[in-house]
Design a protein around this ligand. Structure first.
Ligand code: GDP
Ligand code: MG
Length: 187
């Protein structure tokens, strides 16, 4: 049991994991985080400065506290640094199925950064194909996403933050996988 300090409330959790959201600007990282943490969706999600939200989830009988970090609009400037990546057990690589260039960026930018700065060996990577509700505008097929994820040893989920499709499932699958990886539970 880990003791979480805080106010009058002491919360006991079995594990605390740091999860990162990375991906091009506009793919829906902040919307996914908002959906997961509060259950809501807003058309405009302002992102200023580095932001994180904490949520306690029950997965496989374990109480797990997640601190989920959002790049908060710095994506364009490519200024995510080693401190952002440090200690992350789970990394969520997000693209927008309606914009192929955001999918290409996973290989060109985001996976490279993860490999360069990630400090946790065996950290779990998940590719999230967001905006699955935009069927008419789709540019990246499910098969392409899945194949890419497999090739790079990542989990894969298609989501819609807007339609609340598979958002909780994505984070839960990630936590499941972390819990199955002994080296990630040591710290
Ligand atoms: P971020 O820059 O990656 O944090 O992306 P945001 O969360 O700010 O979302 C960018 C835009 O995409 C906003 O206008 C959102 O309302 C919209 N958006 C986010 N998720 C979805 C989704 O699942 N479907 C649709 N249609 N729009 C979305
Ligand atoms: Mg954002």
């Amino acid at each position: 049991m880990e003791q979480q300090p805080g106010g009058g409330l002491v919360l006991n959790v079995d594990h605390t994991f740091k999860i990162l959201l990375v991906g091009d600007s506009g793919v829906g990282k902040s919307s996914l985080l908002l959906r997961f943490s509060t259950g809501g969706f807003e058309e405009l999600v302002p992102t200023i400065g580095v932001d994180f939200k904490a949520k306690v989830v029950d997965v496989g009988g374990k109480k797990v506290k997640l601190t989920i970090w959002d790049t908060a609009g710095q994506e364009r400037f490519r200024t995510l640094t080693s401190s952002y990546y440090r200690g992350a057990q789970g990394i969520v690589l997000v693209y927008d199925v309606s914009r192929a260039e955001t999918f290409d960026s996973l290989a060109d930018i985001w996976l490279r950064e993860v490999d360069m700065y990630g400090t946790v060996e065996e950290c779990i990577k998940m590719v999230v194909a967001n905006k699955s509700d935009l069927a008419e505008q789709r540019e990246v097929s499910r098969e392409m996403g899945l194949q890419f994820a497999k090739a790079h040893g990542c989990l894969f989920v298609e989501t819609s933050a807007k339609g609340n499709v598979a958002v909780d499932q994505a984070f839960e699958e990630l936590v499941h996988k972390i819990l199955e990886t002994p080296s990630l539970l040591a710290s």
